[in-house]
Ligand binder design. Sequence first.
Ligand code: CA2
Length: 145
Amino acid sequence: MTKILILNGPNLNLLGRREPGVYGSRGFEDYLADLRNRYAGQVELTYFQSNHEGDLVDKLHEAGFGAVDGVVLNAGAYTHTSVALHDAIRAVEVPVVEVHISNVHQREPFRHHSLLSAACRGVICGFGLDSYRLGIEALTGNAED
Ligand code: CA2
C-alpha cells in the first residue's frame, strides 16, 4: 500500500471556521475522512498540521527517508518565506508535491512567489480542497509525466 503524508502548515487548523470565501467552509479533518474512504486499501494517508516551522521540518525528516512514499505539502504562509522548508524538501528522499487551496497567483503579490516550488516535484493550486486529492493522484502515478 502506498503511504502518503499530508502536511499542513500554519493556520490551516482554522479551515472551515474563518474566511470561507477564500478557503471554503469545510474543516480539514472532515475532508480527510473522505480522502481516506476514497483511497481505502490503496493509499494510507497520515496527516500532520503545525503552526511551527521547525515542527514541519522535523516531520519532513521523520517521513522523508522511507517512512512514506511521498508528501503532499501545504506549507501555508511558510511557502513564501521558508528557506528551512526549502532545504528540508531538497534533503529528503521522497517526492514532495506543493499544494494550495487558493489560486495564489490571483491574490496579493507576496503570495505569487514560493520558496518551495523549485524543490518540489510539482505544484498544484487553486482547486480548493481538491488540490490535495490532485496531489495524491500525482504522487501515486495517476498523473502522466
Ligand atoms: O491557498 C493556500 O492553501 C495557502 O497555502 C493558504 C495559506 C496562505 O498563506 C498561502 O498564501 C496560500 C494560509 C492558510 C490560512 O488558512 C486559513 C484558514 C481559515 C481561516 C484563516 C486562515
